[in-house]
Design a binder for this molecule. Structure first.
Ligand code: HEC
Ligand code: HEC
Length: 288
């Protein structure tokens, strides 16, 4: 039978438990600890009462304060929008070409355009508009498929390219895999490879691919491969390639052309945002 006794050294009672001569002291929990514990329970209860804490079948019980992170975000957005409103009005009031003359406005457009670009465009065109070889064109060079004036860029972004938007930019390079033989395709590819080379300007006309190019390609890509904006047909006489400038890549494109597609942003971006984006892209280095 356990026996409680007073410990001589500490003066406390033991619990009466004993293991091989070792006895357990009965030490009460300190008052400061109990007090803190009770206070934290109270704080927790008050918090539960004030803040949204309990899920109902529909959403969350809003709590006495009715706070929500979404509401807080909405408030912050409203404040930001109010602060930006005069700038946005100013942006809409001047013609696109004259925005850069107003230094303050230019800086606003630059910052806003960059943020919009990173959010909407960078996944494809890369942060800073560097593009991704073989898939998405770089937007910082002066090689434009559809045009590099701010108004052209707005049109491209608003409606996109080769998508279901009725006003999207449309065109299709024909599939030559069926109509031209393998040899003819190789010949025309060899001809395309000479277009950027000035030293071959005179000799290239004698190549077997020359007539093939004139008959099949020049209508879109231009007599000298200077490109055709009406068709979004890339320049072929420079060092910038959408899908790679190797012989293989060119043969691949002629045999079964890839048709790059870009979504329409008409429903996602308002007029001011489109302007900011277009001017940002225009300012990346290649604007016309
Ligand atoms: C899903 C990928 C994707 C997204 C997102 C995207 N683009 Fe594009 N974009 C493309 C592709 C692909 C092309 C090239 C289409 C072609 O071959 O004509 C292109 C072409 C363009 C062009 C035409 C370039 C030229 O040389 O004329 C511009 C300008 C452009 N994008 C701007 C933007 C902007 C600004 C955004 C963001 C609002 C954006 N893009 C978002 C895929 C995308
Ligand atoms: C109806 C117009 C049209 C015709 C005709 C046409 N192309 Fe194209 N070509 C295009 C378009 C549009 C693109 C861009 C496709 C895209 O954006 O995905 C393109 C892209 C290319 C590219 C890729 C360029 C790059 O920068 O990577 C090559 C190479 C090319 N064409 C060669 C030819 C050759 C060679 C012929 C003739 C045998 C030809 N094309 C005929 C419209 C045309």
């Amino acid at each position: 039978m356990a026996q409680r006794e007073r410990d001589a050294l500490t003066g406390r009672l033991t619990t009466g438990h004993e293991w091989d001569g070792i006895k357990e002291l009965s030490t009460p929990i300190p008052t400061w600890w109990i007090t803190t514990f009770l206070i934290s329970i109270m704080v927790a209860l008050i918090y539960l009462w004030l803040m949204p804490s309990f899920a109902t079948t529909k959403s969350l019980e809003p709590g006495l304060l009715g706070w929500s992170s979404r509401g807080e975000l909405r408030e912050e957005q409203a404040i930001a929008a109010a602060a930006q409103a005069p700038w946005r009005q100013r942006l809409m009031a001047v013609p696109l070409e004259e925005v850069s003359k107003d230094e303050e406005l230019r800086r606003f457009v630059q910052a806003g355009g960059r943020a919009l670009f990173n959010e909407n465009c960078a996944p494809c065109h890369g942060v800073g508009g560097g593009g991704q070889q073989g898939q998405f064109p770089a937007l910082l060079d002066d090689d434009w498929l559809w045009g590099g004036k701010p108004a052209d860029i707005i049109q491209t972004v608003r409606h996109g390219i080769r998508n279901t938007d009725e006003e999207s930019r449309q065109s299709a390079m024909p599939v030559f895999g069926d109509s031209l033989s393998k040899e003819q395709i190789a010949n025309v590819a060899d001809y395309v490879l000479t277009l950027a080379d000035k030293s071959k300007a005179d000799s290239r006309a004698a190549l077997p691919g020359a007539t093939l190019f004139k008959d099949n390609c020049a209508g879109c890509h231009g007599e000298n491969g200077e490109g055709g904006r009406d068709f979004g047909a890339p320049r072929l006489n420079d060092a910038i390639w959408l899908y790679g400038g190797s012989r293989d890549a060119i043969i691949h494109q002629i045999t079964s052309p890839r048709m790059g597609s870009m979504p329409s942003f008409a429903s996602r971006l308002n007029e001011e945002s489109l302007r900011m984006l277009a001017l940002y892209v225009h300012g990346l280095g290649g604007g016309e």
